[in-house]
Design a protein around this ligand. Structure first.
Ligand code: PNS
Length: 164
């Protein structure tokens, strides 16, 4: 059983994340999606909400599990007996941050490999941050995120009263 970890903020999950997740699920016996409980980033959705949105968007994928983690990613990977960390790489602009993280994680845990998977070209410019902004300003995001996320963003925007 070779397990990979797909960590991230997923605030919220996008079609780009799902594209990477599908590619990873075809390569590993199990992919564990690990939602970071990140205190330093102010998330729009709670950890539980982010997990639920991923669950609702991945019902067709049999070999994935979704959970959350706190603390160092390498510690969590060790506890879960994961062999690899999956990260999506969209453009050159992602490279420096990802390179730093991958090498730091490798120096902390040499047995853990980071694998970069490129999403389909149509998602190379997609990010959770932009999706949230476009949605908040009334733009159509239905091409970029699953239906459940469109609905969740609409509801959250109405609650926060930030929509123009
Ligand atoms: O989706 P994101 O925000 O780019 O994901 C970043 C994430 C959660 C993978 C990264 O911040 C992380 O691994 N956080 C856990 C804390 C940790 O291990 N930090 C050292 C990374 S070298």
């Amino acid at each position: 059983m070779v397990r990979a970890l797909y960590p991230g903020s997923f605030d919220p999950v996008t079609n780009g994340h799902l594209d990477v997740l599908k590619r990873a699920s075809s390569l590993f016996d199990e992919v564990l999606v690990a939602v970071a409980q990140n205190d330093s980033k102010s998330a729009l959705f709670s950890t539980e909400e982010r997990i639920r949105l991923i669950q609702q968007s991945t019902q067709d994928l049999p070999n994935i599990r979704i959970t959350s983690f706190q603390g160092l990613l390498v510690d969590f990977a060790r506890k879960q007996d994961a062999r690899a960390i999956i990260r999506g790489l969209r453009a050159i602009s992602d490279f420096e941050y990802e390179f730093q993280m991958a090498l730091m994680n490798r120096s902390l845990e040499p047995k853990l490999e980071t694998l970069f998977l490129m999403p389909s070209e149509e998602y190379t410019y997609l990010s959770s941050r932009l999706v949230k902004e476009v949605s908040r300003l009334g733009g159509d995001i239905s091409r970029f995120v699953p239906h459940c996320v469109v609905a969740a963003l609409k509801e959250r925007n109405a609650q926060t009263g930030l929509t123009p």
